[in-house]
Design a protein around this ligand. Structure first.
Ligand code: OMP
Length: 291
């Protein structure tokens, strides 16, 4: 692994860092491109925890403790908490992350998108209530729905671009005939995120590991923005092809895996099993980096 040297590089304090600087520092420190997704589903909890929505925090905290030295980021998915009235457990988890793994940035996966006044509340929820370092957003409602998040200096916002699901084709692969050069919708989103919408370098893009060719296309249009790439593991995306298509020295990638790590074992050995899968995924990603 030539390009990531764990432990190397300047030491900056977290507060002084932008989100992208945090990512690059975590990438160096942990030698990792792996984002551990926190999608807690009580029905799938292992062993004695099974079915207990009151143990969401306990489950996630144990996964965090087992993988914090292997991850470039953590990504809690807010629906898995809200569906079980577990927002207070998410708050506790965010505090735990801050306390025990302050060097690993946290992306709150909320996929918000609404008019500006409502977006202000969503931004407040993500960055003030939960203290996330970045958030995922749908760009469908346009610039004024994204702008409120960018008022939070140093925070990141990942716009859905070419998502990992087959249905992403329905809209994202439509051609925009009124825009010069007639790009596909996802190419247009990538262009906006790299250029006119990216006022302070806070924007990134979400592209699915299940579509490496589109990742490559996104990189042609948006060479330097951070890419959040879910879809390895349970969705079957190709981890090596993902790195080859998306990683750039000046354009970090964050490759997410959730279920394959969280539910690596149904038994009481789940912590060790999660660490094993996270470690193997981290190695696969690192091995695909250019020499
Ligand atoms: O924004 C996301 O994180 C996201 C975008 C996308 O295109 N596809 C996608 O799967 N995700 C999220 O990434 C995670 C994938 O989980 P696993 O398939 O279990 O690894 C889930 O939390 C999804 O909500």
């Amino acid at each position: 692994m030539a390009a990531i040297v764990p432990g190397a590089g300047p030491v900056l304090t977290i507060a002084a860092m932008t989100f992208t600087e945090m990512l690059l520092a975590a990438q160096r420190r942990n030698g990792s491109l792996l984002c551990v997704g926190l999608d807690p589903e009580p029905a799938r909890f292992p062993g004695a925890l099974r079915g207990d929505a009151g143990r969401i925090y306990d489950f996630c905290a144990r996964i965090v403790d087992a993988t914090a030295d292997l991850a470039i980021a953590f990504k809690p998915q807010i629906a898995y908490f809200a569906a079980h009235r577990a927002e207070a457990q998410l708050e506790r988890l965010m505090e735990h992350l801050r306390r025990t793994a302050p060097q690993v940035p946290v992306i709150l996966d909320a996929k918000r998108g609404d008019i500006g006044s409502t977006a202000e509340q969503y931004a407040r929820e993500a960055f003030e209530r939960y203290g996330a370092d970045a958030v995922t957003l749908s760009p469908f409602m346009g610039w004024d729905s994204v702008q409120p998040y960018l008022k939070y200096e140093g925070k990141g916002a990942f716009l859905l671009c070419r998502t990992s699901n087959p249905g992403g084709d329905d809209l994202q692969n439509q051609r925009l005939s009124s825009v010069p050069g007639e790009p596909l919708l996802y190419e247009h989103v990538a262009r906006l995120a790299q250029g006119p919408w990216n006022l302070n370098g806070q924007l990134g893009l979400v592209v699915g590991a299940t579509y490496p060719q589109e990742i490559e296309r996104v990189r042609q249009v948006a060479p330097t923005v951070p890419l959040l790439i879910p879809g390895v593991g349970a969705q079957g995306g190709d981890a090596s092809a993902t790195v080859r298509a998306g990683w750039r020295q000046d354009g970090p990638i964050v490759v997410n895996s959730s279920r394959a790590i969280l539910y690596a074992s149904p038994g009481d050995d789940f912590v060790a099993a999660a660490r094993r899968v996270a470690s193997a995924t981290r190695e696969t990603l690192a091995a695909a980096l250019p020499e």
